[in-house]
Design a protein around this ligand. Sequence first.
Ligand SMILES: [Zn+2]
Length: 294
Amino acid sequence: MVLIYRAQRLPFAWWRSLLLLALSLLTAANAWSWGAQGHEVIAAVAWQRLTPPARQEVSRLLALEPGQTLVSIATWADEHRSPATGVWHYVNFPRSSCNYDPVRDCPDGRCVVAAIAHQRAVLASQADDAQRLKALKYLVHLVGDVHQPLHAGYQDDRGGNRFQLQAWMHARNLHAVWDSGLLRSMDLDNEAVASLLEAMPVASHAPDVDPVHMAQESCRIVGQPGFYPDAGVNAAYTQRFTPVLRQRLGLAATRLAAMINAAVVQSQGEQNRSAIASLPLLPSSPVTSTDREK
Ligand SMILES: [Zn+2]
């Protein structure tokens, strides 16, 4: 009651300022990475593509935080950004080249490409469960981010954040259009988008899980003529780039699943090896020259 009474007394200008503040915070959140929908859909489709042992292992790690799912942890990395980890969500290329140069584009490993490689290695290792769960949270998120073309864009406009335009009758920036606007314009819930992605043909060869390639592909999309629209986001832009968006989401999901599947195999292989190594040595017969040849 007290709250209501006070609320009623707030002048209209106050309410308007509060509303604008809330809206600007939402926009700022959107500028971080795919909106929640993009990350959640990628995680949902990836989950469908995990092998049974990988699902079992992921579920075992998630059980450290009861109630969590691969989908629910997909935005954790944005919710826990710090100045130190903020740079893990993107990589900048010069306008002249999409050829990744780690010294130039990822000094001290401070970019999404190195962060993915690191987190994948932790998940594939024998680190303790808490560390591997954290690595999984980062991996699920960052593999999504690197497939958002503007997370591998240009430094001078902060990955399209400084490119203002009109989209769906509102002032936006291009980064936000790609984080969430285009996906939202499809007007589908997570389940429907996931079904669309699951129906996409999967290449017969093993997915390319090199984060360098993922970033370079994104950069090349940003460099396509018309990616930065002259006349705002209109129907022609949406028609042209929505299939690109779908393809990036689908690729992210397929590759993420392949990375988790492989990491689980590697981690369990190492566990088995060390378990075997720790077994008491069996008395063995002397090795003969014939044995060596076998
Ligand atoms: Zn992010």
